[in-house]
Write a protein that binds this ligand. Structure first.
Ligand code: NAD
Length: 376
């Protein structure tokens, strides 16, 4: 019988967990045994008793790992902690392969087959397995809520007997999964919302959410789906045009949420200190890219920085700030992946070597690093 191990996260500030009682039940339904490290779900509001009621064994890390065939985790565990599992056991997690490149070599040495869930290709079949989407969606929501909570004014327009409160103006920069949810959340709170991106396909999405699209007109952005829906580094000409556009728009904004990322590269710089200086005191910027180097000059991870009277916020790990929901979705992403490859006869999931998903997410196998993106 295949054994699935669920580890308690050890990274600082990580509150999520990689399996929920719901997915534990489903794994057992597929014929697996599930062992959960004691306390693994506590910071996501899941007790050991909840896991036990779902049918899991709740044990120490050593017992959980013993003879495990599949190890689930949110972030990559310390390779030194991986002992006692079956030969060739799978490690299924968000492994930050570019940021933690040396650790991937260590995983190879331990003999595990490391599967990086953030490398899931953006194809229809894999949508329900996409941890980046499920976590970014809730991050976009949380960024707006946090910005609203430190903003010294209200979001909606209010007409009261004592006078009128004007609506906040919110500007969302980067309209991927997080940005779309940020637009929707800011709109629901009553803000006047505008948004921008380098991918022209987002223009229609912005307008369909009832926000105003602010786009560079004189230099072409990214047309079509580009590199699997991801942005690339823009030309100097585009960057200059974008800076000019942002300068004229940002001075009128109260709330700015930045979400721009380029896979495998530092986040693009979208807001300079000089541009912040043009904003009204009391305005708030949430930099969702702060952990990737930041979209905003001067933003610091997990700190509120005040520059020119503007508060700049950004969390290293925004999904960890709503762990119950992000864990539930993350857990389902992992279950959707493993169950899609479940081989009934073998009684365990099997990854065909020639599958597009296998090629994309497999980092190590048989003691070697095998992923094209890491070897390139
Ligand atoms: P992301 O997190 O990589 O980046 C966030 C956004 O920032 C993107 O929209 C990107 O274009 C934008 N950006 C990058 N550089 C910028 C710059 N200099 N200025 C302004 N904006 C900039 O993106 P994401 O949220 O992962 O989503 C990207 C796309 O992929 C979306 O269209 C999304 O719908 C699509 N997607 C498809 C699938 C699928 O088909 N399975 C799954 C998830 C996402």
């Amino acid at each position: 019988m295949v054994k699935i191990a669920v580890l308690k996260e050890t990274a600082a500030g990580e509150t999520r967990v990689s399996a929920s009682p719901e997915t534990v039940k489903k794994y057992i339904g597929l014929g697996a045994t599930v062992a959960v490290e004691a306390g693994a779900g506590l910071s996501a509001s899941i007790s050991d008793a909840d896991y036990a009621a779902a049918g899991a064994l709740v044990e120490t890390a050593t017992a959980v790992l013993k003879n495990a065939d599949i190890i689930l985790s949110v972030q990559g565990p310390d390779p030194k902690a991986l002992k006692g599992m079956s030969a060739g056991a799978w490690l299924v997690a968000g492994l930050d392969p570019f940021g933690q490149r040396a650790r991937v070599d260590e995983y190879a040495k331990t003999g595990v087959e490391a599967l990086a869930m953030e490398f899931m290709p953006r194809i229809t079949r894999a949508q329900s397995m996409d941890i980046l989407s499920s976590q970014s969606n809730l991050s976009g929501y949380k960024a707006v809520i946090e910005a609203a909570s430190v903003y010294g004014r209200a979001f909606p327009m209010m007409m009261t007997a004592a006078g009128t409160v004007s609506a906040a103006k919110a500007f969302i920069m980067g309209v991927g999964v997080a940005g779309l949810q940020a637009i929707a959340t800011a709109r629901r709170l009553g803000a006047q919302v505008s948004a921008t991106d380098v991918r022209s396909a987002t223009k229609e999405q912005i307008e369909s959410l009832g926000a105003k699209a602010i786009f560079v007109e004189n230099v072409a952005g990214i047309e079509g789906e580009g590199a699997g829906g991801y942005a690339t580094e823009m030309s100097d000409e585009y960057k200059a045009a974008q800076a000019e556009l942002v300068s004229s728009h940002i001075a009128k904004q109260d709330i700015v949420i930045t979400t721009a990322l380029i896979p495998g590269r530092p986040a693009p710089r979208l807001i300079s200190d000089a541009q912040i200086a043009t904003m009204k005191p009391g305005s708030v910027i949430f930099d969702l890219a702060v952990a990737q180097g930041g979209n905003v000059e001067g933003s610091k991870a997990d700190e509120i920085v005040v520059k020119h009277g503007v508060r700049i916020i950004g969390y290293t790990n925004t999904p960890a700030h709503l762990a119950a929901d992000t864990s539930a979705l993350f857990s389902r992403n992992l279950f959707n992946f493993l169950s899609a490859f479940w081989d009934k006869e073998a009684g365990k999931p099997v990854l065909p070597d020639d599958d597009e998903i296998t090629a994309a997410i497999r980092l190590t196998k048989d003691g070697k690093v095998v992923n094209d993106r890491l070897l390139a």
